[in-house]
Design a protein around this ligand. Structure first.
Ligand SMILES: Nc1ncnc2c1ncn2[C@@H]1O[C@H](COP(=O)(O)OP(=O)(O)OP(=O)(O)O)[C@@H](O)[C@H]1O
Ligand SMILES: [Mg+2]
Length: 283
C-alpha cells in the first residue's frame, strides 16, 4: 500500500500542472549567500515539506515564493488562478495588483498565527469581508463551515476573543481562516512549534485533512510546510525538499528521506526533535 502510494505520488508529480516553479534562485544578504541556485518544481495537489538545518534558508526561500522577498537573480513562476487555465506567471515581473491577484488564491498560516484582536468570527471573516468583498449574509455560512472543518464547535467558539484561546485552538482558528479563503495553495510556517503534544497531533491530522479537502471548484490543493517536526512528517508523508548550503540537497518521498544513509540527512533527522524543541524555547 505504502509503495503504491509512493508510485501514485510519483505519477502525480509527472502529470499534474505546475503550481510553482523556481529556477536558479539566488539571494544574498550582504556577503552572506543564503540561496545559491535553488531549482524546484511543485505540481498541483502535492504536499511538500521544506526541511533542513537551522539557518539553511527555508524561511527566506518560502518568503520569495510568497512575494515577501525579491531574488537577486533567478525566476519564480507561479500559477495565476485568477486567469482562465491558471497560466504560469513570473512573480518578479508583477506589479502590486498582479501580485494581489495571485495571492488571492493563497493562504499562509504563520507561526504566530497572526490573529488580530477580536473574535474568532471576525478573524475568519476578515478576508472574506475585506478582500473577497462578500456580504455578511454570504460570509456567515463560510465561517461556520470553516470553523467546523477544523473540529471546533462554531456556537461555542465563534464569539470567543482571540486572547481567550489556547495555543492549539488559536492554531486551529488560523487554519480555519486559511480554509475560508478556499486557497489553491496553503503555506504553513512551523505549524506545530510551541504546541503541546496533544494539540500537535490534532494539527498534524488537520494539515493532512485540509490538504485532501478539495477546493470549492473541485480542484486539488497544494500544501507547502516548513517544519522540524518529525511526527508531522510521519503523519502526512510529504515529498521532502531539504535545503543545504543554499541548494536543494534532497528531493524525494518521505520514506526515502527517512531511511537515507546520507551523511547530512542522518544527523539532521537525529537533530530534528532538538531543533523543533529549541524553537519552542526561543518563542
Ligand atoms: N533580512 C535578513 N537580513 C540578513 N540576513 C538574513 C535575513 N533573513 C534571513 N537572513 C539570514 O539568512 C539565513 C537563512 O535564514 P532563514 O530564516 O531562511 O533560515 P531557516 O532555514 O528558516 O532556519 P530556522 O530553521 O532556524 O527557521 C540565516 O543565516 C539568516 O540569518
Ligand atoms: Mg525559518
Amino acid at each position: 500500500m505504502a509503495e503504491s502510494n509512493e508510485q501514485d505520488a510519483a505519477q502525480h508529480r509527472a502529470e499534474a500542472p505546475v503550481e510553482i516553479r523556481v529556477e536558479d534562485l539566488r539571494r544574498s544578504f550582504d556577503k552572506h549567500r543564503v540561496l545559491q541556485g535553488v531549482d524546484l518544481t511543485i505540481r498541483r495537489g502535492e504536499i511538500v515539506a521544506i526541511v533542513g538545518p537551522s539557518g539553511c534558508g527555508k524561511t527566506v526561500f518560502v518568503d520569495h515564493i510568497i512575494g515577501l522577498l525579491t531574488p537577486d537573480s533567478g525566476r519564480i513562476l507561479v500559477a495565476n488562478h485568477d486567469a482562465p487555465g491558471a497560466p504560469l506567471v513570473d512573480l518578479t515581473t508583477l506589479d502590486e495588483d498582479g501580485l494581489d491577484a495571485v495571492r488571492k488564491h493563497w493562504a499562509v498560516v504563520f507561526q504566530r498565527n497572526a490573529l488580530f484582536s477580536g473574535t474568532v468570527y471576525d478573524n475568519v471573516a476578515l478576508w472574506l469581508r475585506e478582500i473577497a468583498g462578500l456580504s455578511e449574509q454570504a460570509i456567515e455560512p463560510i465561517v461556520r463551515e470553516s470553523v467546523g472543518s477544523v473540529g471546533l464547535d462554531y456556537d461555542e467558539v465563534a464569539r470567543k476573543d482571540r486572547d481567550d484561546l489556547s495555543g492549539g485552538m488559536a492554531k486551529r482558528v488560523a487554519i480555519a481562516r486559511a480554509v475560508a479563503m478556499n486557497p489553491n495553495v496553503i503555506f504553513y510556517d512551523e505549524p506545530t512549534t510551541g504546541l503541546d503534544p496533544q494539540s500537535s497531533v490534532t494539527i498534524h491530522d488537520l494539515i493532512g485533512a485540509t490538504h485532501h479537502r478539495p477546493l470549492r471548484n473541485g480542484s486539488a490543493r497544494t500544501s507547502i510546510v516548513i517544519t522540524h517536526d518529525k511526527d508531522l512528517l510521519a503523519r502526512i508523508e510529504p515529498r521532502i525538499v531539504m535545503l543545504n548550503e543554499g541548494r536543494v540537497y534532497f528531493d524525494g518521498p518521505y520514506r526515502e528521506f527517512q531511511r537515507s544513509d546520507s551523511e547530512l540527512i542522518k544527523p539532521y533527522l537525529a537533530l530534528m526533535p532538538v531543533l523543533h524543541q529549541r524553537r519552542v524555547l526561543e518563542d
